[in-house]
Design a protein around this ligand. Structure first.
Ligand SMILES: NC(=O)c1ccc[n+]([C@@H]2O[C@H](COP(=O)([O-])OP(=O)(O)OC[C@H]3O[C@@H](n4cnc5c(N)ncnc54)[C@H](O)[C@@H]3O)[C@@H](O)[C@H]2O)c1
Length: 230
């Protein structure tokens, strides 16, 4: 089952949970983990808009697991300690919409192009790799718990006024033509403080960006359509 197959099951659940959020905790930061995140975040936004509680600074698609994977795979290949690694992951949270920017990875490792392609593919297919390894007994749970805790902790630090808390997240965005996009986001006392641009991309990443736009656009539109017709 792909994340998009989950749409029909999860879209309705997300819609009803968001209706309850709008009623009972309208000022909460909402960290959306339910897949397909590329569609469930737009569904949440539409539900909140209808309820009159939408605040684009408070709705996040959790893409931290993509960052955790990109960092881990890069550290292994570059033979550097994973705790020192930083890799932005932009776009969305399914297949080719996940775009790790290894050209911006630190520490610099000057990996060959084949390695960058393999690392990109492995990051994009990380969820499937886990599902196959578990052979029908579930998806990524422990790694998601770790990633979810990292992101929630970063949000709490931002709310508490800790300066310069930056994480990648799928948020309302104007850095591309799409209304939602994952990129580095500064977290502050009200949620999103600043959405950072993509920075310089390699030719391979530019191609990846061009390829992901139509798929991500369709997933966003699917979410908006679902929220407004049901
Ligand atoms: N964003 C990410 O990186 C990421 C990573 C892993 C999993 N996920 C997503 O997280 C979600 C959960 O995955 P999981 O592996 O924990 O699934 P799971 O099947 O183990 O758990 C789902 C839970 O939701 C509960 N549930 C079902 N219907 C509900 C409803 N109407 N209201 C409230 N709760 C309900 C079930 O009882 C169950 O406890 C999935 O959408 C999965 O795709 C996202």
């Amino acid at each position: 089952m792909t994340r998009d197959d989950l749409f029909n099951i999860n879209a309705g659940i997300v819609k009803s949970l968001c209706t309850a959020i709008a009623k009972y905790c309208p000022n909460a930061l909402v960290n959306m983990i339910s897949n397909p995140v590329n569609s469930t975040v737009p569904i949440a936004a539409e539900v909140f808009k209808k309820a009159g509680t939408y605040d684009e600074k408070k709705l996040f698609g959790v893409t931290t697991l993509d960052v955790v994977r990109a960092k881990t795979f890069y550290a292994g290949k570059a033979k550097v300690p994973v705790e020192e690694v930083n890799v932005p992951v932009v776009g969305g949270h399914a297949g080719i919409t996940i775009l790790p920017l290894f050209s911006q990875a630190t520490p610099k490792a000057n990996l060959p192009d084949e390695d960058i392609k393999a690392l990109t593919k492995r990051t994009q297919d990380g969820g499937t790799e886990v599902v196959e390894a578990k052979a029908g007994k579930g998806s990524a749970t422990l790694s998601m718990a770790y990633a979810g805790a990292l992101f929630a902790d970063a949000c709490l630090k931002g709310l508490n006024g800790v300066p310069d808390v930056v994480e990648c997240s799928f948020v309302q965005s104007s850095i591309t033509e799409l209304p939602f996009f994952a990129s580095k986001v500064k977290l502050g006392k009200n949620g999103v403080d600043e959405v950072f641009g993509l920075g310089p991309l390699s030719d391979y990443e530019k191609q990846g960006l061009e390829s992901l736009i139509p798929e991500l656009k369709a997933s966003i539109e699917k979410g908006i359509k679902f929220a407004n017709q049901s």
